[in-house]
Write a protein that binds this ligand. Structure first.
Ligand code: ADP
Length: 314
C-alpha cells in the first residue's frame, strides 16, 4: 500500500506523458501539481516537448513552403499541355508550349535538388569531404562560370582571389561562391558591379562578395538565410530563384567550421563575408554542424547593417 501510494504521482505523470503525441504536442505536464521530488523530471520532459514542438512546426512549414513552390511550375506544365492538346496550334505554338514546359521542369528539378540537399544535411547524410583545397582556384573558376550570365545582365564581374588553402569539400565550396555571385548579379542593376575577393586575414580565409545592387532592407537582413525567405518573391522567381540558396550556403559554411555575415544598404549594395578556417596541414579541419544551425534561426548581422537598422551595438 505504501509503495503504491508513494508511486501514485509517478503513475499519473507517466499516464499524462503517454497521452501526448504528434497531435497534441503543445500539451505540457503540470509541474506545480507534481511532488517536489518529481518536478525536475516533469520540467525536463516539458523541455523535450518544447523542442519537439518547434521541430515539428518547422518541418510542417518547410513541407508547406516546398509544396507551394512546386505548385506554380506544375500549373504552368498543365496549362501549356492542355492548350497544346486542343490541337489547333501551329508548330511554333507547340514549340513555345514545349519550351515553357521544359523551363518549368528545369525549375522543378533545381528546386527538388536543393530540397534533397537540405533534407540530407538535416539527416547528417550529405557527405562533406575533407581535403586540402585551394580556395583561390575554386573562387576564380566558379566566378568564371557565371561571367556569361553577368554579361547578359550587363553587370561587371571582378574577381581577385589569392591562393589560400582550406580544408574541405571543393564541390560544396564552389556552390557557396556560385550562390553568392549569382545573387550579386540577380539583385543588381544594369551597369552595376559584383566583386568577389579572397584573402587570408587573421588566420582565416576570408571570401567577400560585394555588389552594387538593390540591397536588403535592415528588417529583412536577419531572415535572408532562412529557408524560402525572399525579400521580393516576384523578383526572385523571375530570375529562377528558389529562396533556398542562402540557407544552403550557410549550411555549407558551418559544416566547414566557418561563419557568414552580411552588410547591406538599400539601393547601395550588399557584401556577404564568409570566414573559413585555414587548412590545418592534413588534420581534420571540419567541425560537426551544431544542431541549431539547421534551424531557421536569424543569422549574424554585422555592425554596419545593425547601425543602418538604427539598433544599438550589442
Ligand atoms: P533566391 O533563390 O530567392 O535568390 P536566396 O536564399 O539566395 O534565394 O536569397 C534569399 C533572398 O535574399 C532573396 O530572395 C533576396 O530577396 C535576398 N538576397 C540575397 N542576396 C541578395 C543580394 N546580393 N542583394 C539583394 N538581395 C539579396
Amino acid at each position: 500500500w505504501l509503495a503504491r501510494h508513494a508511486l501514485a504521482p509517478v503513475a499519473s505523470l507517466s499516464a499524462k506523458a503517454r497521452s501526448i503525441g504528434a497531435r497534441n504536442l503543445s500539451a505540457r505536464l503540470d509541474e506545480r501539481a507534481c511532488p517536489v521530488e518529481l518536478r525536475d523530471l516533469a520540467r525536463s520532459f516539458n523541455g523535450t516537448l518544447e523542442r519537439l514542438e518547434v521541430a515539428f512546426a518547422r518541418q510542417a512549414r518547410f513541407t508547406a513552403d516546398a509544396s507551394h513552390e512546386l505548385r506554380t511550375p506544375v500549373a504552368i506544365v498543365r496549362a501549356q499541355a492542355d492548350q497544346a492538346l486542343l490541337g489547333s496550334g501551329s508548330p511554333e505554338e507547340y514549340r513555345a508550349a514545349l519550351g515553357a514546359c521544359s523551363r518549368a521542369a528545369q525549375r522543378m528539378g533545381d528546386l527538388l535538388a536543393r530540397l534533397l540537399r537540405l533534407a540530407r544535411a538535416d539527416a547528417d547524410e550529405e557527405p562533406v569531404r575533407r581535403e586540402s583545397v585551394d580556395l583561390g582556384t575554386v573562387v576564380r573558376e566558379s566566378a568564371e562560370l557565371l561571367r556569361p550570365s553577368a554579361e547578359a545582365a550587363r553587370v561587371e564581374l571582378r574577381c581577385e582571389a589569392a591562393p589560400v588553402r582550406v580544408g574541405g569539400d571543393a564541390r560544396l565550396l564552389a556552390d557557396v561562391v556560385s550562390n553568392l555571385v549569382e545573387n550579386g548579379v540577380r539583385y543588381n542593376r544594369p551597369g552595376g558591379r559584383v566583386d568577389a575577393s579572397l584573402v587570408r586575414e587573421d588566420g582565416e580565409a576570408v571570401l567577400r562578395v560585394s555588389d552594387t545592387g538593390i540591397g536588403i532592407p535592415p528588417e529583412a537582413q536577419p531572415h535572408v538565410f532562412e529557408r524560402f525567405y525572399r525579400v521580393d518573391p516576384a523578383r526572385s522567381r523571375e530570375h529562377g530563384g528558389s529562396g533556398l540558396g542562402l540557407s544552403i550556403v550557410r549550411w555549407i559554411v558551418e559544416a566547414h567550421g566557418g561563419s557568414i555575415g552580411l552588410e547591406s544598404r538599400q539601393n547601395v549594395g550588399s557584401t556577404f563575408t564568409v570566414r573559413l578556417p585555414l587548412d590545418a596541414g592534413g588534420e581534420a579541419t571540419l567541425r560537426p554542424v551544431p544542431r541549431d544551425s539547421r534551424a531557421d534561426r536569424p543569422t549574424r548581422v554585422t555592425g554596419a547593417s545593425r547601425r543602418a537598422a538604427g539598433s544599438p551595438p550589442p
